[in-house]
Design a protein around this ligand. Sequence first.
Ligand code: 2BA
Length: 111
Amino acid sequence: MKLIIAIVQDEDSSRLVNQLMKNGYGVTKLATTGGFLRAGNTTLLIGVDDEKMSAVMKIIEDVCKSRKQMTAAPSTMGSMGGMPGAASYPVEVTVGGATVFVLTVDQFIKL
Ligand code: 2BA
């Protein structure tokens, strides 16, 4: 069994959860924040049997299309990653798509 940890854009998350549920996969949705943009994103935990991995990856790929976006990146100076009053600067970032980690699950227990 694998645990898929997928970090996706908030705007893609509802559709992705719907698609996963519709296809019978269990999913947990977490509200998270990206370290670079300091903006909300969504992390999904999806436990899946090994042979279903590629089907789940296909759903993620189909729903989470990447696109380019200009954004104001925060200054990364200072101990907490930003200095009060420091100017932000515009950067082009690729958003959407998905950042996916796949972990092997030792045990899956429901009590
Ligand atoms: P953020 O850290 O907010 O990053 C959002 C997007 O900003 C990134 O998209 C990337 O396109 C851009 N970006 C990140 N760091 C950058 C930098 N130093 N300079 C220029 N552009 C930069 P993704 O790479 O698709 O990442 C989307 C979200 O996935 C990230 O949000 C973060 O929450 C998570 N993530 C990405 N890589 C990760 C990792 N190695 N470990 C844990 N979480 C990760």
